[in-house]
Design a protein around this ligand. Structure first.
Ligand code: PSU
Ligand code: MN
Length: 300
């Protein structure tokens, strides 16, 4: 039997009823993007940051085929253990529901669940985008950002991607991109990419105002908020570039394709940077979750 509605954790349900701020978080970063035990640390730090800044955290996933926002502890443990957890992007949702699969939701699939449940604020590390040297590999994150009325907070798109092309595609898709206290589109591991963002916000209230404007106009899309990784954890652009070049070479040699590309490249970059990219990833996930909570509070 397919359950049509999104299952909400009781705490999330209560928060919505009482109009308290909620921040949705993705689960693909826990089950595919980060290794064990860093994924557990990421989960604790992101949820902790959301609570500290006054909102309720809610991890999105497919739990035995049921679209879920706010995982029960026992389910979360299965996702952190990673075995038998599929990576679920937007296209994968119906089949995963029909077959009762456990699925970790990417940005694209998380946005679909947020839209179905009417949740306006979502945080992640970095969005997917246009891949380098792969003309037709573009993450489903981009079109879903264009049709989901959700504020997504991230540190830009991952450095493994073609960032200028990703920013162009965001414009084509009508996604409002706002730099939070930065005029540059960050490169996930690195703060600077030389790519300018079209708008700079100094406060969470300004972002909330832009979101309300999009809703007032009946736009289908949301707002993409980008902030650089925390300075103390950011990596040098040259180090990242050479790590990415090596990672892309190994991906080519291994013939990696499709959904496996992003997890493969992230793991390769981690090896190439001697594990330093992992610390960056954790720090920016926490910072993004915190900013998302501030925005969720400002929306209320
Ligand atoms: N950022 C990370 N680790 C990840 C991802 C992003 O640091 O694992 C995931 C997100 O869930 C994102 C997905 O939506 O990678 C993009 O995958 P693809 O390129 O296959 O769409
Ligand atoms: Mn892809």
């Amino acid at each position: 039997m397919i359950q049509a509605l999104v299952r909400l954790h009781p705490e999330v349900q209560r928060a919505i009823e009482h109009r308290l701020p909620v921040v949705a978080l993705e689960s693909s970063v826990l089950a595919q993007g980060l290794p064990i035990p860093a994924n557990r640390e990421a989960d604790a730090r992101t949820r902790g940051a959301v609570r500290q800044l006054g909102a309720i955290p809610a991890v999105t996933a497919l739990v035995r085929g049921v679209p879920t926002i706010g995982l029960e502890d026992v389910d979360l443990e299965r996702f952190l253990a990673r075995t038998g957890i599929a990576k679920v992007s937007a296209r994968d949702l119906p089949w995963a529901m029909a077959t009762g699969a456990d699925g970790a939701t990417t940005v694209a699939a998380s946005l679909a669940l947020c839209t179905a449940a009417g949740l306006p604020v979502f945080a992640t590390g970095g969005i997917g985008g246009v891949h380098r040297d792969a003309p037709y590999d573009e993450s489903a994150d981009l079109p879903e950002l264009g049709r989901s009325p959700v504020i997504t907070v991230c540190a830009g798109a991952k450095s493994i991607l073609d960032l200028p092309a990703t920013l162009e595609r965001l414009e084509t898709l009508g996604v409002t991109v706002i730099g939070y206290r930065t005029d540059e589109f960050p490169g996930f591991f690195t703060p600077r990419t030389g790519l300018k963002v079209p708008a700079v916000a100094e406060s969470a209230a300004q972002i909330a105002a832009a979101y309300r404007a999009a809703r007032a106009l009946g736009r289908p899309s949301g707002v993409l908020v980008v902030q650089p990784p925390p300075a103390a954890a950011a990596l040098d652009a040259d180090l990242v570039e050479s790590a990415v070049a090596h990672a892309l070479e190994s991906a080519r040699a291994a013939g990696v394709r499709g959904a496996a590309v992003t997890p493969f490249l992230l793991a390769a970059v981690e090896r190439e940077t001697g594990g330093r990219s992992l610390a960056t990833n954790l720090a920016l996930l926490e910072a993004n979750a915190g900013l998302a909570a501030e925005i969720a509070v400002a929306l209320h």
